[in-house]
Design a protein around this ligand. Structure first.
Ligand code: NAD
Ligand code: UDP
Length: 319
């Protein structure tokens, strides 16, 4: 049985990846320090014979008994308010954490995929963004801690590939959503859905003309899975190119949730990218992958999940 280590396993994407690899017949070791994740996301795997969990901060030396065939490095704060709140940990997990995992991959002779992001393109001057665009990042802005950590992560991964001949893969993930997102992580989908469920007005930042392109989690996991088993070591965008402005998106959520809330406008965060849309030509050609779930369906499944949360979870606010 092939053995895979998944970091960030108690988070949104990590927990879905654990499910997928278990389903495919792997032995899965999940690792997380719960800085933004929650063990509840893995509750259903607690007694699974092919799953074990290790609580560990990946910025500290990582020791794993036995063999490893694959590593998926997904540990990192991922939402703007998370990485603004814990900027140093964000820089450390992308740099020191990635270094530790690359070292582990080398020691175990394992293939590693690292979770990069559309944020490496910063506030892009090219639209849609293809992998050959170098990006437009403000290194010293508040978002720089995340963007630069991820850019460093890509560089050190390519260095291990070139210098040590390590089998590496880099996925550039564009805004992905679905069940198990943290209601109060500040990202726009949980924010709007939480507001709708609590009967609050929906907070659009800026004038809402900025755009995003949202990918359902199952499509994202499929793209990551195919990339890991491809033979391509350079970055690949995985996301859904269907772009929408945040203002129109708020209206869509009001319709979906069948609520009477209004949209209210708040200050746009510093360096908030104006436009974002993945060019997925490469993923289509290389992986024969494209997203299958449209936003209407994906948002409905996501809202169904948020509706199952308790009143306590709904009204609990860390931020
Ligand atoms: P998440 O916050 O739900 O999950 C991240 C997990 O990593 C959490 O469980 C957290 O506790 C864990 N973690 C953070 N630092 C750690 C450390 N030092 N040691 C061990 N565990 C640590 O976020 P997510 O949306 O699931 O994102 C997962 C990965 O995908 C991240 O690397 C993120 O940058 C990347 N990504 C996500 C998106 C998206 O739209 N969801 C987009 C681009 C990139
Ligand atoms: N956003 C918003 N209201 C909110 C939360 C976010 O208008 O309550 C906007 C945010 O300014 C950004 C977009 O929605 O333009 C997506 O934000 P998110 O934090 O989900 O992801 P990212 O900016 O990293 O793409």
């Amino acid at each position: 049985m092939n053995r895979v280590l998944i970091t960030g396993a108690a988070g949104f994407l990590g927990s879905h990846l654990c499910d997928r690899f278990i389903k495919e017949g792997f032995y899965v070791i999940g690792m997380d320090n719960f800085i933004t994740g929650d063990l509840k996301n893995l509750g259903h795997l607690e007694n699974h014979p092919n799953f074990e969990f290790i609580e560990h901060d990946v910025t500290e030396f990582i020791q794993i008994e036995g063999e490893l065939d694959y590593i998926l490095h997904f540990a990192s704060p991922a939402s703007p308010i998370d990485y603004l709140k814990i900027p140093i940990q964000t820089l450390k997990v992308g740099s020191l954490g990635t270094h530790n995992l690359l070292g582990l991959a080398k020691a175990k002779n394992a293939r590693i995929i690292i979770a990069s992001t559309s944020e490496v393109y910063g506030d892009p001057l090219v639209h849609p963004q293809s992998e050959d665009y170098y990006g437009n990042v403000n290194t010293i802005g508040p978002r720089g801690v995340y963007d630069e950590a991820k850019r460093f992560q890509e560089s050190i991964t390519m260095a291990y590939h070139r210098f040590h001949g390590l089998e590496t893969r880099i996925v550039r993930i564009f805004n992905t959503y679905g069940p198990r997102m943290r209601l109060n992580d500040g990202r726009v989908i949980p924010a709007f859905m939480g507001q709708a469920l609590r009967g609050e007005d929906l907070t659009v930042f800026g004038d809402g003309s900025q755009t995003r392109s949202f990918c359902y989690v199952d499509d994202q996991v499929e793209g990551i899975y195919r990339l890991l088993f491809s033979d391509y070591a350079y970055p690949v965008n995985i996301g859904n190119p269907h772009e929408i402005s945040i203002r129109d998106f708020a209206e869509e959520i009001i319709k979906l949730t069948n609520t009477n809330q209004k949209v209210i406008y708040k200050t746009l965060p510093v360096d908030d990218p104006l436009q974002r849309q993945p060019d997925i030509t490469l993923a289509k050609k290389l992986l024969h992958w494209e997203p299958k779930v449209n936003r209407e369906q994906g948002m409905k499944w996501t809202f169904d999940y948020f509706k199952t949360l308790s009143e306590e979870e709904l009204f609990k606010s860390e931020h």
